[in-house]
Design a protein around this ligand. Structure first.
Ligand code: MIC
Ligand code: SF4
Length: 636
């Protein structure tokens, strides 16, 4: 077996491990962060389960940190109390970005992790089987429910050679993105293997696994080897470590090879992580802002490289360099060894250990500015500035360019820095709060910004409405439900958020949906790529959206639609805005779709067959009007 099959087999609850078949797996650990977590815990509460039933569930507070008014602070208080009550560990604000802290303190090779954040696969860097999902799926997993997915195809990524100095793990994953594109990983697990693996440190592997999310992959996974063992020893967690590897004769569904020694520094140009070009071809581009951090590139080793490059220099005038170390462990170690002072002396603006500018929480670039970021997404408008051009690069490229004021190929910069190896990380878990031993005594505190979330009703026999918007390919959840410093505080207030639904693509969308009393969305390929935010299904639901007809869907978003009783239909036909859609005998048709894989629509009086690929369970969810209704119904 390959490693993916071994990990799935060890957790398989139902189904056969045949690519494309519906399977269910047991979840050992869950992770939430605050911007999806409030909704996930509201949903968990709605399920009526008294205490989580996982091996470990952790709530992180890392996204909504600006607290420019009461909303975020109220959400933090809700999360603190709800976690204590229901048996969830809490990583307090300031403790770091969920994926970085999880890697350091909670990851366990061989265990499964379901997280309400699309970059949960970061933990694949240590051989965890870690998947991003919508809040409702995570709520169910917290309650001990299994997680349903289609058995992925396994793509072997054979790594050979080793990275040249100043070429980075970021460049390796950008190369994979260049070759496979943002849809290339849909339905697949990227399994890294080959002699090149042992040349990569755990943080480097985590960078690669993290950005596998941008391929649309279900997850990415590395073996757990001597390098992993050293990492666990240095984190004082050797007892959590175990060796994991594919069998020598393991078979894979597909294979690509990356020769690490042939890679050059790469950049993803605006506005997509797969729009990749060599840095040397772009060298000389004037840069206005450089941002270093995010769950992709904020490890201690990354920060030490940046500090070494900045040592004794000054950030170029006209450039704003911001640095957000990924966790308090990283920040404290930098503070202790003097590297933080080096960064400050060079003129870097130090941000707290959190997502920050990666999710538009501050540091929006100037009008038409060029921003180099070590992050994982450069979707239009995500930085907070619509006209900005965001390039995704490695920490090495970011740091040398911040000094020059223009994009510089770090391999041609005359500087060479190396990976530091750490014998012992600074371990201090005093910002991780265990749950209350007896949750019954804890009162959950809800602020006025927490509004009830919408739930659907059972699927009616006749579903009808007009196409409210006709959209193109690769529409991201940042288009469907934008996030920035103004909107993120309202993640527990769907009525308010729905006013901004799809507005980056069609400013009139909310008004049109309200006027028409709901309807349908038509789109191109890979609809809903990017984040796991369930809000990208909940806001359309609130506006009365009944179905989406797209060329194809991103995995997490399709699941979120079904979990909320919205039909995800696929068709190559370009149905125009304004077309009138009618689904007759919807309940019978959806029931039959399990076998037929399609349903018949009436589009402006014309019969059109669209595909609806659903499992028996998904049929039940759609008929019930979503997972909450289904679970409540099953409990009665
Ligand atoms: C993101 O990077 O887009 C986020 C913000 O972390 C999201 C989660 C969210 O929308 O809250 C993700 O990646 O799932
Ligand atoms: Fe946070 Fe950005 Fe990572 Fe999302 S991608 S978890 S916003 S750092």
């Amino acid at each position: 077996m390959n490693l993916t099959e071994k990990l799935i087999a060890a957790h398989l609850v139902s189904g056969e491990m045949i690519a494309g078949e519906q399977i269910a797996i047991r979840i050992d650990q869950t992770l939430t962060q605050d911007s999806t977590g409030t909704m996930a815990y509201l949903q968990f509460e709605a399920l009526g389960i008294p205490r989580v039933r996982t091996k470990r569930s952790v709530a992180y507070i890392d996204h909504n940190m600006l607290q420019e008014s009461f909303e975020n602070a109220d959400d933090h208080r809700y999360l603190r109390t709800v976690a204590a009550k229901y048996g969830v560990w809490l990583s307090r604000p300031g403790n770091g970005i969920c994926h970085q802290v999880n890697l350091e303190r909670f990851s366990v090779p061989g265990e499964t992790l379901l997280g309400s954040d699309s970059h949960t696969p970061t933990a694949g860097g240590v051989g965890m089987f870690a998947i991003g999902a919508g809040g409702l799926d995570v709520a169910v997993a917290m309650g001990g429910g299994e997680y349903y997915l289609r058995m992925p195809r396994v793509c072997k990524v054979n790594l050979v050679g080793s990275l040249r100095p100043m070429v980075s793990a970021k460049d390796a994953i950008l190369e994979v993105l260049r070759r496979l594109t943002v849809k290339g990983g849909v339905g697949k697990v990227m399994e890294y293997t080959g002699p090149g693996v042992s040349t990569l440190t755990v943080p480097e592997r985590a960078t690669i696994a993290n950005m596998g999310a941008e391929l649309g992959a279900t997850t990415s996974v590395f073996p757990s080897d001597e390098v992993t063992e050293r990492f666990f020893r240095a984190q004082g967690r050797l007892s959590d470590f175990k060796f994991l590897a594919p069998d020598p004769d393991a078979k894979y569904d597909e294979e690509i090879e990356i020769d690490l020694s042939l890679l050059s520094p790469l950049a993803a140009k605006p506005h997509s992580p797969d729009n990749v070009e060599t840095v040397s071809a772009l060298a000389g581009l004037k840069v206005d802002q450089v941002a270093i951090g995010s769950c992709t590139n904020s490890s201690f080793a990354d920060m030490m490289k940046v500090a070494a490059i900045l040592e004794g220099k000054t950030v170029r005038e006209g450039v704003s360099l911001v640095i957000a170390p990924g966790s308090r462990q990283v920040l404290a170690m930098l503070a202790k060894n003097g590297a933080l002072a080096t960064m400050i002396a060079a003129g870097a603006r130090i941000l707290e250990s959190a997502c920050g500018p990666c999710i538009g929480m501050g540091q929006a670039p100037a009008t038409d500015a060029v921003s180099l970021r070590t992050f994982n997404r450069n979707f239009p408008g995500r930085s907070g500035t619509k006209s900005a051009s965001v390039y995704l690069v490695s920490p090495e490229t970011a740091a040398v360019s911040a000094l020059a004021g223009y994009l510089v190929d770090p391999t041609a910069s005359g500087v060479a820095v190396e990976n530091v190896s750490v014998e012992r990380f600074l371990i201090n878990d005093n910002m991780i709060v265990p749950p209350a031993p007896d949750g019954g005594e804890v009162e959950v505190v809800r602020g006025p910004n927490i509004k009830p979330f919408p739930t659907n009703s059972a699927l009616p026999d006749t579903v009808s409405g007009i196409v409210l918007a006709r959209l193109g390919d690769n529409i991201t959840t940042d288009h469907i439900m934008p996030s920035n410093a103004k909107l993120l505080p309202f993640r527990s207030n769907i009525p308010y958020l729905s006013e901004f639904c799809l507005t980056p693509s069609d400013p009139e969308f909310p008004a049109k949906a309200k006027r028409a009393g709901g309807g349908f969305i038509a789109a191109g390929a890979n609809y809903g790529q990017g984040s796991s935010r369930e809000h990208a299904a909940l806001a359309p639901l609130y506006l009365g959206v009944k179905g989406v007809i797209a060329k194809s869907f991103a995995r997490i978003h399709a699941a979120n639609l079904i979990n909320n009783g919205i039909l995800p239909m696929t068709s190559d036909e370009e149905i125009p805005e304004g077309a009138a859609i009618l689904i007759r005998d919807a309940r019978a048709q959806v029931s039959r779709a399990v076998e037929t894989g399609e349903i018949a629509l009436d589009v402006d009086g014309r019969a059109v067959r669209v595909s609806l690929q659903i499992s028996e369970r998904q049929r039940d969810l759609l008929l019930a009007g979503g997972l909450i209704n289904f679970t409540r119904g099953a409990a009665q």
